[in-house]
Design a protein around this ligand. Sequence first.
Ligand SMILES: Cc1cc2nc3c(=O)[nH]c(=O)nc-3n(C[C@H](O)[C@H](O)[C@H](O)COP(=O)(O)O)c2cc1C
Length: 332
Amino acid sequence: MFKIGDISFDSPIALAPMEDVSNIPFRQICKERGADIVYTEFTNCEALSRNVQQSIDKIQITEEERPVAIQLYGSNGDSLEKAATITELYAPDFIDINCGCWVKKVAGRGDGAGLLRDLGKFEMVVQSVMKGTRLPVTVKTRLGWDDESIVIEDVARMLVDNGVQALTVHCRTRKQGYTGDADWSWLPKIKSVAPDLPLIANGDIVTPEVVKAILDMGCDGAMIGRGAISNPWIFEQTKHFLATGEHLPKPTAGDRIDLCLRHLADDVAYKDCEERRAVTSFRKFYTHYLNGLRDSKRVRVSLMAFEEVAPIRVILLGYKEELSAESESTLV
Ligand SMILES: Cc1cc2nc3c(=O)[nH]c(=O)nc-3n(C[C@H](O)[C@H](O)[C@H](O)COP(=O)(O)O)c2cc1C
């Protein structure tokens, strides 16, 4: 059990912040399926401090998704402070600082995982955000820049000294990007240098068994990213497994198709833009929702041809019927 601000958490399973994925509709879907904490996509503090509309849009939250964190990134002290003050107006339960983004345009200019190369700057970033807000502040980062410079234990100590309320670690280095495996062996080492700092493990957590193993290592919580895109039910599945040692039945093909349609409709309604643009940006989700279903490639290819919800609905409902007729015929 640990607290962030006034909120108590008992082995929470969090939905990871994911740009272009974890917007309000997707956070809502995961929340309904048991996610204990959700995070917004990361928002650039420079843009937010100048009130750029796109950044303001990214930090919108709803009451239903609480507890919810707004995630910021940047490395300019004044902008971070100002962005934190603006963020507080939107009343998240806490602010998370992204110190782990590996992409060149972020890490290369010293933001995100770039901070792992300069712990003095990392500390300034944390202090600047804290100066701008009375909200609790947490940090999400990686192990280090590369295998030769793993600094996560020093980072953990520094965060404790500054009063940061939780640390999430994606157990890879910046250099790894997404290659190789997450190295969870660092988690007990981090816990031993900073036992009172709530530690949320992240990276390659895709099954309830892995969450259990992570918690058994002494972590205070687990955060799931890609595993939730391919399986938004993972939160309730994990909770059931942790409570009973049993697995919930897998979602049916019909469940997957219904959720895909609901996600699409919510996404289009949420994105205040042309339907065509919203539908096009949703295409990345078809693979995940239809993964493992019979003949799904044919259906995915046909969905790609459309830029409006109506024909996509017709195709997916037809496919659902096709699959359910098949499963009934195999039952006879
Ligand atoms: C599409 C995508 C977007 C991401 N955007 C963010 C982000 O905005 N902020 C952040 O801290 N991490 C971001 N990440 C990293 C994830 O939060 C997470 O640390 C990483 O995917 C490892 O966890 P996983 O193996 O459970 O996916 C993103 C990852 C993906 C796949």
